[in-house]
Design a protein around this ligand. Structure first.
Ligand code: OOG
Ligand code: NI
Length: 479
């Protein structure tokens, strides 16, 4: 009998979900193959650069999943299941009022939170909760019906929840219990073969395809599993060459001449999957639903609150220019490989590149000096320094300390809304004149009984801890 610690449970969980998803959604397997190809090529061309934002081992194993649930009770259960794998809720995303692509959910992401745990395996799951009390989407009668439907179902059985609690309490499980936990947890996120109640599903679909996906059936499922790739533009191109049509744009920052920041994502549309429907007259028959899709992402440096404000300004400026000039500027600057890779040459990408070139420092040190990006610090190789107080900038300039970029481990609300929307059939209906329901990080934490961490605090803590360790080692204090 041996003991399996939480991180090994997490790595095994990610592998099992990947095997399950690959068996059920063949295009996912293609995506993983192409991602691996691209990562191998990038690592061969530039070994040091490829590992700047995480070891090739981490990046190759790296996945994020997405699930959707129907109530605070269900979200609290999800917190127990993922807690077993050393994943806790981080960040709050409100996707209900993104003007062009509103969906009736609020979300968080479950992930490891410390540098060590992230390096071991960074598996994360974007988790959304339906908001049937939001009157912009649901009238009182339908909202109450949705609540009753969700209250009567059970997504996670008692055995799974008990094992999860035991894993949380002990920081892992004995191998026989670990095996059972993995089996039950993976099974809980498989697509169910249960017949779908046709009229109920279609009624919810008129409000939003996301509402139907969440509350139209009695189970939940992974709706995508996303590998990380080192060159998402290359990946986009190679997928299209393999005959898989990607969505029109790569979401998030443009490709530009500076370092990768935050998160860039793209996806291919959900495919028809055969499902069995139950009709009002009691008969059953085959049909098709599109609920699962493929997504891929490239991760960059985490931005500080000031950096995020700058990012939002660049986004707004890009939107403004694009509204004034929908064709965008002619390709400017040295990254003129636009025409070769379709996604690079879109008017939005060309506009964004121009805006970014003028609006953000294009080096890591520029981002660090202006306080726009998060970095941690290690002690340089042959650093000699006398005790007393020193400026961080001087220590870095003198090679006493070396800045390492901190990878962005979270999500982007606008990209998430775009990913949701690009994979929905139909627009849904929303009455913006009615009142929403107040949700924020604190309220959601309270409702699920688990504190949701603020991502910026986690990044700040990594920087602070690294500086404290360096100061300690050098016997100095750092300003
Ligand atoms: C989640 C969409 C958001 C991402 O990577 O931004 C997301 C969903 O479709 O449930 O996964
Ligand atoms: Ni995703």
């Amino acid at each position: 009998m041996s003991f399996v610690p939480a991180w090994q449970l997490r790595a095994a969980f990610a592998r099992r979900l990947s095997a399950m998803y690959g068996a059920e959604v063949p295009a996912y397997t293609t995506l993983v193959e192409v991602s691996t190809e691209v990562n191998t090529d990038v690592a061969a061309a530039d070994p040091a650069g490829a590992e700047r934002l995480g070891s090739i081992h981490r990046v190759t194993a790296e996945r994020h999943g997405a699930i959707r649930v129907g109530s605070p009770r269900e979200l609290a259960e999800v917190a127990r299941v993922f807690g077993a794998f050393g994943m806790s809720p981080v960040g709050f995303y409100d996707l209900r009022d993104a003007a062009a692509s509103a969906v009736p959910v609020v979300s968080t992401a479950f992930r490891p939170t410390t540098a060590d745990e992230l390096a071991r395996n960074p598996f994360r799951v974007f988790t959304s909760m339906l908001t049937p009390g939001d009157r912009r989407f649901f009238d009182p009668e339908l909202g109450a019906q949705v609540e009753a439907f969700v209250a009567s179902r059970q997504l996670f059985g008692p055995e799974l929840l008990e094992l999860a609690d035991a894993a949380i309490a002990g920081g892992g499980l004995r191998d026989d219990d670990a095996e059972r936990l993995l089996e039950l947890a993976t099974g809980a996120f498989e697509l169910s073969a249960e017949p779908v109640d046709h009229d109920w599903y279609r009624r919810l679909e008129r409000v939003s395809a996301v509402a139907a996906d969440i509350a139209g059936v009695t189970s939940t499922h992974i709706n995508h599993l996303t590998p990380r790739v080192l060159d998402i533009d290359q990946l986009y191109d190679r997928m299209e060459r393999r005959g898989i049509t990607m969505i029109d744009e790569i979401q998030g920052p443009p490709r530009w001449n500076g370092p990768d920041v935050l998160l860039r994502q793209t996806s291919f549309r959900a495919l028809d999957e055969e499902r069995s429907f139950r009709f009002a007259d009691g008969t059953e028959g085959p049909g098709a639903l599109r609920v699962r899709f493929g997504e891929v992402e490239a991760r960059g440096i985490a931005l500080t609150p000031a950096g995020r404000d700058r990012y939002d300004e660049l986004l707004t400026e890009t939107d403004r220019r694009l509204a004034a000039d929908p064709d965008g500027p002619a390709e400017a600057g040295p990254s003129g490989d636009g025409p070769r890779i379709r996604a690079l040459g879109t008017p939005r990408q060309r506009t964004a590149r121009t805006v970014w070139a003028a609006g953000l420092p294009d080096t890591e040190s520029g981002l660090a000096e202006q306080g726009l990006g998060w970095f941690s610090y290690t002690v340089g190789e042959d650093s000699v320094v006398r005790g007393g107080e020193h400026d961080l900038a001087d220590l870095v300039a003198g090679g006493v300390l070396v800045a390492e970029p901190i990878v962005y481990e979270d999500f982007l609300p606008r990209s998430a809304a775009g990913i949701f929307q690009s994979n929905l059939t139909g627009e849904g209906t929303r009455d913006a004149s009615r009142s929403g329901e107040d949700y924020d990080l604190a309220r959601l934490s309270e409702l699920i009984g688990v504190a949701i961490a603020d991502p910026q605090r986690l990044y700040a803590a990594r920087r602070t801890e690294s500086l404290a360790a360096a100061a300690d080692r050098l016997g100095i204090s750092i300003r």
